[in-house]
Design a protein around this ligand. Structure first.
Ligand code: NAD
Ligand code: TYD
Length: 354
């Protein structure tokens, strides 16, 4: 079996579902269930004996050592993190605690476990660390896309904390020989993403007749990848990736934020014509920019394409349509996550922008 951390979050939950459907191999899913973790995303595998959920912290070394000793996983896939840039600006401490200290403690527990393995179990063990393209910083309009050799230049507390975790993972390979793999992926979108991130926030606000807040002038560029394609990339790296290597993962879908929001509005005009305000574009408002807002991310994913034969299955046009349809069909999921904590966050982040 494999051990997944952060498997109740957006990408982790998609990964667990995809893994069980495709591989059939059991998963121990360790998640702290912060505001971003949601067991409703895992409802369909609730009584699947191949899925064992444990609530806990990657920074709890005793717990991690116990879980590793008890279940003897052949791999650990680390999704657990604080993941939202705006939250890292308002409160960076949790990002340092989980992304840096938590990853360090997890690495220590894994190193002890791996050190006790022998023969094939030791040779085949993998620790896969899921990271982001944001560690590379920000690109100018005509700069080449980020490759695996682009120097790290993180600009937000979030990306700095992920960069630190990537460095620790790298060091555990070079110093201790721990068989690690790292993936650095671009912006994901798809089902079960918490509605604090751009795409689900815009869908939720648009169908509720609320303003669609665009930071700055909306010209910032992100490279969007459908979440299932990211999960398939992680599976390919886990299976065939070269130990100690990093792999960039991206969709070749560079879009300005304004383009993304307008696309969402157009799809919603078609699929949800009964919203309080239509056309949905009328709800767009330009608000105060994010401090230190990275201008552009773009990923050169030729290494994973050429070495491992991975390529995205979903275009932006098909993926974004599926995503809107999923949110429209799963209002109960959204209602479930829009708790008091979510309302507090919306107040904290947006009240001072307009
Ligand atoms: P998310 O915020 O939706 O989920 C994170 C999950 O980790 C939650 O379930 C949360 O409860 C859990 N968690 C947080 N702290 C924990 C701790 N100390 N111990 C155990 N569990 C903890 O994030 P996501 O978007 O699913 O991202 C998953 C990973 O992928 C992160 O490492 C992120 O940096 C990386 N990533 C995300 C994107 C993206 O676009 N969302 C892109 C590239 C890489
Ligand atoms: P986000 O989904 O938070 O991802 P990231 O910051 O990790 O790229 O934001 C995506 C882009 O959308 C980013 O350039 C910031 C912008 N954005 C808005 O314009 N308005 C919003 O309300 C949010 C949440 C993000």
């Amino acid at each position: 079996m494999i051990l997944v951390t952060g498997g109740a979050g957006f990408i982790g939950a998609n990964f667990v579902l995809e893994w069980l459907a495709r591989k059939g191999e059991a998963v121990i899913n360790l998640d702290k269930l912060t505001y971003a973790g949601n067991l409703a995303s895992l409802e369909s595998v609730k009584s699947d004996p191949r899925h064992v959920f444990v609530q806990g912290d990657i920074g709890d070394r005793d717990l991690m050592e116990r879980l590793l000793a008890e279940h003897q996983p052949r791999a650990v896939v680390n999704f657990a993190a604080e993941s939202h840039v705006d939250r890292s600006i308002h409160g960076p401490a949790d990002f340092i605690e989980t992304n840096v200290v938590g990853t360090f403690k997890l690495l220590e527990a894994v190193r002890a476990y791996w050190g006790g393995l022998t023969g094939e179990d030791r040779a085949n063990f993998r620790f896969l660390h899921v990271s982001t393209d944001e560690v590379y910083g920000s690109l100018g309009k005509n700069d080449p896309a980020f490759s695996e050799t682009t120097p790290y230049a993180p600009n937000s507390p979030y990306s700095a904390s992920k960069a630190a975790s990537d460095h620790l993972v790298r060091a555990y390979h070079h110093t201790y020989g721990l068989p690690v793999l790292t993936t650095n992926c671009s912006n994901n979108y798809g089902p079960c993403q918490f509605p604090e991130k751009l795409i689900p926030l815009v869908i939720h606000n648009a169908i509720s007749g609320k303003p669609l807040p665009i930071y700055g002038d909306g010209s910032n560029i992100r490279d969007w990848l459908y979440v299932t394609d990211h999960c398939l990339a992680i599976m390919a790296v886990l299976e065939k990736g070269r130990v100690g290597e990093t792999y960039n993962v991206g969709g070749n879908n560079e879009k300005t934020n304004l383009e993304v929001v307008k696309t969402l509005c157009a799809i919603l005009d078609e699929l949800h014509p009964d919203s309080p305000v239509v056309p949905h574009e009328k709800l767009i408002v330009f608000v105060k920019d994010r401090p230190g807002h990275d201008a552009r991310y773009a990923i050169d994913s030729s290494k994973i394409r050429n070495e491992l034969g991975w390529q995205p299955q979903e275009s932006f046009e098909t993926g974004i349509r599926k995503t809107v349809a999923w949110y429209l069909a799963n209002q109960a999921w959204v209602d479930n996550v829009i708790s008091g904590e979510y309302r507090n966050w919306v107040q904290t982040n947006y009240a001072t922008r307009t």
